[in-house]
Design a protein around this ligand. Sequence first.
Ligand code: SF4
Ligand code: SF4
Ligand code: FES
Length: 239
Amino acid sequence: MNYKITILRKKSSEEPSYEQTFAFESSDDAQTVAAALILINRSDLIDIEGKKADPIAWECSCLQKKCGACAMVINGKPGLACDTKLKEAADKNGNIRIEPLRKFPTVRDLICDRSILWENLKIIKAWIEDGDDVTLKEDKETVLFDAGRCLQCGCCLEICPNFYAGGKLMGMSAMVPVSGMLQKLTPQQSKELRKLYSKHIYNGCGKSFSCRDICPAGLDIEKLMVNSNAVMLWKHLIK
Ligand code: SF4
Ligand code: SF4
Ligand code: FES
């Protein structure tokens, strides 16, 4: 199939965005957007108008849906480039549009600065201190396992109508790791976290769970949140 891949590009964070379209031919139905970007960058880059172009800047690491680095917006939907097949993403004329995640500052082309995700985890203190006396609660291995599968890719934040970088709502990229921690902490140990949970995860979330449908790790975000709300909020209100 002959594809026309349009990329929303930017030379640096200070410069304006521009679009550039590349022709790409592939007969492999399983070829991903990531594979196409790698192959396009390997050639002498000429755009569809015949102009020389700079290599497309984008991030990847595992190419196996495990690291979240290649998250981008493909035809208006956030997803992983290594998990999105060209054939499925393209319209019937082979057109595909790729943009960087829009909720984070663009560094260059498809690379954005997602450090807010880590800053938020620092604010909410989403880790267990060395020497903390923690015991895994019975039958909670599945929750802990699921929480550990979050890629910190930011796709859930991209689609969230209430998240903006630096705002109060930290979204599901913060809730998921916290849901795992809760399986280990005693109520006493999670006292401070409880306040932060209300402020940054529970309040401001509309609970429509469009983030669940977009999560490339396939996490049941709703289930994890219901579980976390029960531990963090309801049990303490009922007491
Ligand atoms: S919850 Fe899902 S979409 Fe959100 S950061 Fe984790 S893996 Fe990505
Ligand atoms: S449930 Fe809705 S408001 Fe809450 S984090 Fe997900 S997308 Fe955002
Ligand atoms: S490169 Fe790691 S998830 Fe795509």
